[in-house]
Design a protein around this ligand. Structure first.
Ligand code: MN
Length: 290
C-alpha cells in the first residue's frame, strides 16, 4: 500500500472576496512544494448564505503560470475572463481554467443562486503547469457533471473521474501533464481498494464523513493525507459513508515560486508577471452585460 507521509488538519478559514469562506487545505508555500503539480486547495463551505440581490464573490484579478479547477457541490458560480470564456457552473460541475501566459477573471455566486440563497460548497484546486507550458494560450474547459464518467467501486461507492483514468474509464479534462483528479464516495460500511499508477504522489481529502485510510489512519472532514511515491494500492473505508477528493500525479520536479495569484519557476518571472499585469498585458475583461 502507498505510505502515508503526513496528515493535515484544516487551518482557520479566511474569505476570498465576500463570496468564498475558504480553508486553504494546502498552498504553494507549504505542502504544494511536495505534491507539485498540485499547488493549492481551497475548500469553501459548506456555508449557508441568506438571499441577496448583491453580487457576492471576487472581482477582476489576474493569474499566470497554472490552472484553476473549480468543483461545485452546492450553490452556483459564475465566471468571466479576459479570453471571453465564462459561464455558470452548479452542483456536480467542474470548471478547468488554464491561466498559463496570463488571464484576468472574476468569480461570483450566480445571480439566481444569490437571490435564492442556500448552501454553498466548492473546492478550488490550483494545478501547476510544467515550465514548458507556462506561457501557453489561456483556455477554459467546462466539464458538466453529466459528462463525467461515474465508476461503481466493487465494495460500495463510486468515483467521478474529472481527470485521469481508472479501470478503463477516463475523465474528460485535458491536462498538460498526467494526473488523476477523482471525486469519490464510499458507501456506509464499505471498504474499497483503488489502484494508482506506479510513481504517483497522492493526496486524499475527506469532504464529508470520516474516512479510514489504508487501515492505518482516520481522516475527519476537511482533513488531508499526503501519500508517498511507492506502491500503487490505496484502501478507503467508512463506517457511516464518506465523500472524498483524490489527487495523484507523477511529481513535477521543477522549482515552485509563487506570489499571490502567480506561480512561476523563479522570482524574476514573478517580478515580470507583476510588471506585465501593471502594464495591462493580461488583456481586458469583456464589457459587462447589463
Ligand atoms: Mn481566481
Amino acid at each position: 500500500m502507498k505510505p502515508i507521509l503526513s496528515l493535515h488538519a484544516p487551518p482557520a478559514g479566511h474569505w476570498v472576496g465576500d463570496g468564498f469562506p475558504v480553508r486553504s487545505l494546502f498552498t504553494y508555500n507549504g505542502l504544494g512544494q511536495q505534491i507539485n503539480p498540485f499547488l493549492l486547495l481551497d475548500y469553501a463551505g459548506p456555508t449557508h448564505f441568506a438571499p441577496t440581490t448583491e453580487r457576492r464573490g471576487i472581482g477582476q484579478h489576474p493569474h499566470r503560470g497554472f490552472e484553476t479547477v473549480t468543483i461545485v457541490y452546492h450553490g452556483e458560480v459564475e465566471h468571466r475572463d479576459s479570453t471571453g470564456g465564462g459561464g455558470t457552473i452548479g452542483p456536480g460541475d467542474v470548471q478547468w481554467m488554464t491561466a498559463a501566459s496570463g488571464i484576468l477573471h472574476e468569480e461570483f455566486h450566480a445571480a439566481s443562486f444569490a437571490r435564492q440563497g442556500g448552501l454553498f460548497e466548492m473546492f478550488q484546486l490550483w494545478v501547476n503547469l510544467p515550465a514548458a507550458h507556462k506561457s501557453a494560450q489561456p483556455r477554459y474547459q467546462t466539464l458538466a457533471g453529466a459528462t463525467l464518467p461515474v465508476q461503481a467501486l466493487p465494495g460500495g461507492g463510486h468515483l467521478r473521474l474529472i481527470a485521469g483514468e481508472h479501470g478503463g474509464a477516463r475523465g474528460p479534462a485535458l491536462t498538460f501533464s498526467p494526473m488523476n483528479v477523482w471525486d469519490g464516495r464510499i458507501a456506509a460500511g464499505s471498504t474499497v481498494d483503488l489502484t494508482l499508477p506506479e510513481g504517483h504522489i497522492a493526496a486524499v481529502v475527506t469532504r464529508r464523513g470520516i474516512l479510514q485510510l489504508n487501515d492505518a489512519a482516520t481522516l475527519d472532514q476537511a482533513h488531508l493525507a499526503h501519500l508517498g511515491l511507492t506502491g500503487t494500492q490505496l484502501r478507503l473505508g467508512s463506517r457511516e459513508g464518506a465523500d472524498f477528493l483524490l489527487l495523484s500525479a507523477p511529481p513535477l520536479t521543477e522549482t515552485v515560486v509563487g506570489h499571490g495569484p502567480f506561480v512561476m519557476n523563479d522570482s524574476a518571472e514573478i517580478r515580470q508577471a507583476y510588471a506585465d499585469f501593471r502594464a495591462g498585458r493580461f488583456g481586458l475583461m469583456p464589457a459587462t452585460h447589463a
